[in-house]
Write a protein that binds this ligand. Structure first.
Ligand code: PLP
Length: 410
């Protein structure tokens, strides 16, 4: 008799985006002539930059000739890409502790943040922020580290750390014992950032308590303000207690092309049940070499092109385009009297509803009064209730049109 992994039965049915789709359909069916503008999902809209496309083509051409054809590549990624990342993302940013060999190329941070749990035992307590990028929670459930969901909408066994205006959307250190801590800055969904001082508190906490920080820096390319850390490894000691996830998805429009990487320094350790320390990096290497056969060569060539002089400029231009969208959104919402967070160092604008209106009521109001679709904050966790996320991944004319309507929002 085949037995199911019962952890999967604990998962709640995907509710947020199907429910958004249902409400939008109901609205468009009733108002067929109304143009609805979608600013809900976090997917890029701008095409790949020219130098990336050129490198991508060259990669394909190399595969077409016997002399340059490539079969399986290294599971960890080609060294040309790993070297380029170490040099440009870390060394050039003042981080000398990260070597090319610590970098593992993958096809996405979504899979990496989920898969990483496999190398950690099920007795670990996982801490996440609330609101949260839902992948951390669902993959924790799948991995068997939780009980069932409770009345509040939290899974028993996970430590949820509320993020709100009071704490500037950076959680307080947990009172409960935790072992693995997911942090994401710039944050999805709130669009807010953590300062060096705030991250230092977390690194010190992790070192003192033998925890590991799982740091998702998928949106680091959007940081515009000086002094905001792009990498957890800018904090002293993080190379002993943090794993960092980065992706080309939002940095360079790779959501449909797929390339990302995970960084595990040699000095990060976890413990066996006798308290003996083990390096984490070889375990991840073992996991990847066993279960993963690498990212395609043309895609890695395309990713490496983001580090050329031309590529850097093109990628920065696209990021500026989205950030300009975010700035228009912030201004319009503020003009309409809303309290607005994020959107300066991130492509997400996090809006507080007025008069404690619920996130879903606000969703309906925005849809009906302005024909714009956003994402209810409560869909990212109970502490997101009363907030709403607008994504800056949209075409400029749509943003301008949407925000002209939003300005008149009551
Ligand atoms: N991490 C965060 C916080 C995200 O918001 C996303 C995508 O929306 C990802 C990771 C997924 O990245 P990838 O496309 O590399 O799988």
């Amino acid at each position: 008799m085949a037995l199911i992994n019962e952890n999967y039965l604990k998962l709640q049915a995907g509710y947020l985006f199907p429910e958004i789709g249902r409400r939008v359909k109901e609205f468009t069916d009733a108002n067929p002539d109304t143009k609805v503008i979608k600013m809900g999902i976090g997917d890029v809209t701008q095409p790949l930059a020219p130098s990336i496309v050129k490198a991508f083509h060259e990669g394909v051409e190399e595969m077409a000739s016997a002399e340059s054809f490539k079969g399986y590549g290294p599971e960890q990624g080609y060294s040309f890409l790993r070297e380029a990342i170490a040099e440009n993302d870390y060394k050039a940013n003042g981080v000398n502790s990260i070597k090319a060999d610590d970098i593992f190329i993958s096809d996405g941070s979504k899979c990496d943040t989920g898969n990483i749990q496999e190398i950690f035992g099920n007795d670990n307590v996982i801490a996440v922020t609330d609101p949260v990028y839902p992948v951390y929670v669902d993959t924790t459930v799948m991995s068997g580290k939780t009980g069932n969901i409770n009345d509040v909408g939290h899974y028993n066994g996970i430590v949820y750390m509320p993020c709100n205006e009071k704490n500037n959307f950076v959680p307080a250190l947990p009172h409960d014992k935790v072992d693995l801590i997911f942090l994401c800055y710039p944050n999805n969904p709130t669009g807010t950032v953590a300062t060096k001082e705030e991250l230092k508190k977390w690194v010190d906490y992790a070192l003192d308590n033998k925890c590991i920080i799982l740091y998702d820096a998928a949106y680091q390319a959007f940081i515009t303000e000086n002094g905001i850390p792009r990498s957890i490894y800018e904090i002293e000691g993080a190379e002993k207690c943090a794993i960092e996830f980065r992706s080309f998805s939002k940095t360079a429009g790779f959501t449909g092309t797929r390339c990302a990487f995970t960084v595990i320094p040699e000095t990060v350790v976890a413990y066996d049940n006798k308290g003996k320390a083990h390096k984490v990096k070889p375990l991840w290497n073992r996991r990847q070499s066993t279960k993963f056969n690498g990212v395609s060569y043309p895609v890695q060539k395309a990713a490496a092109a983001t580090y050329t002089t031309e590529g850097k400029k093109e990628v920065a231009d696209t990021i500026s385009y989205y950030l300009e969208n975010a700035s228009i959104m912030r201004e319009s919402l503020e003009d309409a009297g809303y309290k607005v967070y994020g959107g300066v160092n991130a492509p997400y604008v996090w809006v507080k509803t007025k008069n404690n209106m619920s996130s879903w009521d606000f969703f309906d109001k925005v849809l009906k009064e302005t024909n714009v679709v956003g994402t209810p904050g409560s869909g990212f966790g109970p502490s997101g209730e009363g907030y709403f996320r607008f994504s800056a991944f949209a075409d400029r004319d749509h943003v301008i049109e949407a925000m002209t309507r939003v300005k008149n929002l009551s």
